[in-house]
Design a protein around this ligand. Structure first.
Ligand SMILES: Nc1nc2c(ncn2[C@@H]2O[C@H](COP(=O)(O)OP(=O)(O)OP(=O)(O)O)[C@@H](O)[C@H]2O)c(=O)[nH]1
Ligand SMILES: [Mg+2]
Length: 223
């Protein structure tokens, strides 16, 4: 069936069966969920399909691998990215779409301004603040947060040439968008403790991978 959605929302997903129903239920009217299942061993794919999402299966592991498969599957004029762990509210994508529709921004990032301190580990907050400062200097735009909730026009993003397939994907997106002259903006969003088990920054291995990936992208793309 041809989708008539105005916004396709990509959810990279690794074992999120507990969080998915609540997350997908929060999608605004006219938004379609694209859940990219990255080899989940739980019922994520079935749960996502039952909740009305398009399920894309991506066997190559990695956050960027899943995010990119979702981007390439998107057909709506706008595409957004959201974690599937119920830490973010897809209803907060609406103001982002308004900024793009109004022609004031090409890439909108969700700044997690309303976040409980205990919901966001200190090491993550510190690493994030460092990255945001560097990005602000590079882009000339005040960036507070390299958050996972974000939106852009689909076709230009598909043509941006994103290559990272692991944790560097969100950072590469901002740097390449900036290099292409895109206007970057932020909206304020909430952030709460995830549902289900942590995969990335809540684990030592995930954090180490994220730091490695981000450092590589910075040395390649940031002058
Ligand atoms: N497809 C895919 N998705 C992943 C992978 N790792 C994490 N994810 C998904 O990406 C999103 C972000 O991962 P999280 O585990 O929430 O990472 P985080 O937000 O840094 O840390 P926590 O919320 O503490 O776990 C979630 O929707 C995960 O299911 C992966 O290797 N492949
Ligand atoms: Mg999370």
């Amino acid at each position: 069936m041809v989708s008539t959605a105005r916004v396709d929302v990509v959810f990279p997903c690794l074992n999120e069966e507990a969080a998915l129903p609540g997350v997908l239920a929060r999608l605004p009217e006219g938004y379609r969920g694209i859940v990219v299942d990255n080899g989940s061993t739980d019922r994520s794919a079935e749960v996502a399909a039952a909740a009305g999402a398009l399920v894309v299966s991506e066997p190559r592991r990695g956050f960027g691998s899943a995010a990119h498969a979702g981007l390439m599957a998107a057909t709506a004029p706008l595409v957004a990215f959201c974690d599937a762990d119920a830490s973010l509210d897809p209803a907060e994508l609406q103001p982002m779409a308004e900024l793009i529709d109004a022609g004031t921004a090409d890439l909108v990032l969700g700044h997690r301004a309303r976040a409980g301190r205990s919901d966001w580990p200190l090491h993550v907050r510190m690493a994030n603040r460092y990255l945001a400062r560097r990005l602000s200097r590079i882009t000339g735009t005040r960036i507070h947060d390299l958050g996972p909730l974000r939106m852009a026009r689909t076709e230009p993003l598909q043509q941006l040439g994103l290559r990272d397939r692991r944790s560097g994907y969100p950072l590469e997106m901002v740097l390449r968008a900036n290099a292409a002259g895109w206007r970057i903006a932020e909206t304020e969003v909430g952030y709460t403790r995830r549902v289900g088990r942590s995969k990335v920054t809540g684990t030592v291995r995930g954090t180490a991978t994220a730091i490695l990936d981000m450092s590589r992208i910075l040395s390649e793309l940031a002058r």
